[in-house]
Design a protein around this ligand. Structure first.
Ligand code: IPM
Ligand code: MN
Length: 371
């Protein structure tokens, strides 16, 4: 398959983790005879520094002409503590989501057996967790009208949803549930918010079109508790933009590191793949950032184009790295494996699975030349 992939690696650790997923996609292209072409473009703080705009027109054009987008991370502390900043790196990502119509953000959360003791949550609580969060991504409070009065003393962010916006992501969530454990949990705040009451109505109407799949409702405050109390009760979580943002960071605790969580943002025509973590500025350039979230986002990219064997290969390689504890310090503090080491191990596993298996014993005792 020929794929033209726009690479928007962004700020902080974005470029170093994205570099690893490009390496992995190249290994896949080589092994399975595909042709992946990568085209880099600026986004975020680095784009502001170079062009004054967090999403330059040239970047948007590159994305509009690509088959898929691989995104790194954005954000820079110099904007975070300046409430008066007129341009912000995050605006680049939000504008991109809107311009490409990426209305569904899909975030899988899994507990790897090999990492059950890495999570601050107890092993028996997180064991067997397998959730996928469907977060609405182009509406709600993120995109509603914003205002501040002239004196600067009152501010407002409007939260709006239309029936159509709820319907399209709900169908995707139910289709996913049909192929999984057949349960959708709508997370909302219907006891307080009018938008949430509309979500309940619209989602309930759609649920009847998917017999055999159950629909449950949970208020977001309760959901936030249930996710860390009993996460294996969930299959597909469907929710609006901001609730999804918050609970997906919370759910990352289950996996043992936010550096493991990948995501796909899908629209009618375009698709973007990115780790859920931020730009982690303190780690920039130190070789300690976990590349797995980005690498698993590349696997989701392959899923999207129905390259299922290829995506499975990446996941197998990642699972193997995790089993052998070839992980960055967030998961293996004493291992001394860098971002690049982890990427290279996964790359070489894909290129030559047999050789890696033979070498496993050596890798464990640090004698391997593979990494
Ligand atoms: C995410 C991020 C973004 C969001 C930021 C960077 C705008 O936190 O993708 O979860 O809030 O959606
Ligand atoms: Mn977030």
């Amino acid at each position: 398959m020929n794929l033209h992939i726009a690479v928007l690696s962004g700020d902080g650790i974005g470029p170093e983790v994205t570099q690893q997923s490009i390496k992995i996609l190249q290994a896949i292209a080589e092994k399975y005879q595909h042709n992946f072409i990568f085209e880099e473009a600026l986004v975020g703080a680095i784009a502001i520094d170079k062009t004054g705009n967090p999403l330059p027109q040239k970047t948007l054009d590159t994305c509009l002409n690509a088959d898929a987008i691989l995104f790194g991370a954005i954000g820079d502390p110099k904007y975070d503590n300046n409430p008066d900043a007129k341009v912000r790196p995050e605006q680049g990502l939000l504008a991109l989501r809107k311009a490409l119509g990426l209305y569904a953000n899909i975030r899988p959360v899994k507990a790897y057996d090999a990492l059950l003791d890495k999570s601050p949550l107890k092993r028996h609580i997180i064991q067997d967790t397998d959730i996928v969060i469907y977060r609405e991504l182009t509406s709600g409070i993120y995109f509603g009208e914003k205002s501040r009065n002239e004196a600067g003393t009152v501010a407002s962010d409007l939260c709006t949803y239309s029936k159509e916006e709820i319907e399209r992501i709900t169908h995707l969530a139910f289709k996913a549930a049909q192929k999984r454990n057949k349960k959708v949990t709508l997370v909302d705040k219907a006891n307080v918010l009018e938008t949430s009451r509309l979500w309940r109505k619209v989602v309930s109407e759609i649920a009847v079109q998917y017999p055999g799949t159950t629909l449950e409702f949970l208020f977001v405050d309760n959901a936030a508790m249930q996710i860390v109390l009993n996460p294996s009760q969930f299959d597909v979580i469907l929710t609006e933009n901001m609730f999804g943002d918050i609970i997906s960071d919370e759910a990352s605790i289950i996996g043992g590191s936010i550096g493991l969580l990948a995501s796909a943002s899908i629209g009618e025509k375009y698709a973007l793949f990115e780790p859920i973590h931020g730009s982690y500025p303190q780690a920039t350039g130190r070789g300690i950032a976990n590349p797995i979230a980005s690498i698993l986002s590349a696997a989701m990219l392959l899923d999207h184009f129905n390259l299922l064997e290829e995506a499975t290969m990446i996941r197998k390689a990642v699972a193997h790295a995790i089993e052998l504890e070839i992980c960055t310090p967030d998961l293996n503090a004493s291992g001394d494996y860098s971002t690049d080491n982890v990427g290279t191990f996964i790359e070489e596993y894909i290129a030559d699975t047999e050789a890696i298996h033979i070498n496993c014993g050596n890798i464990r005792v640090g004698q391997s030349t593979i990494i």
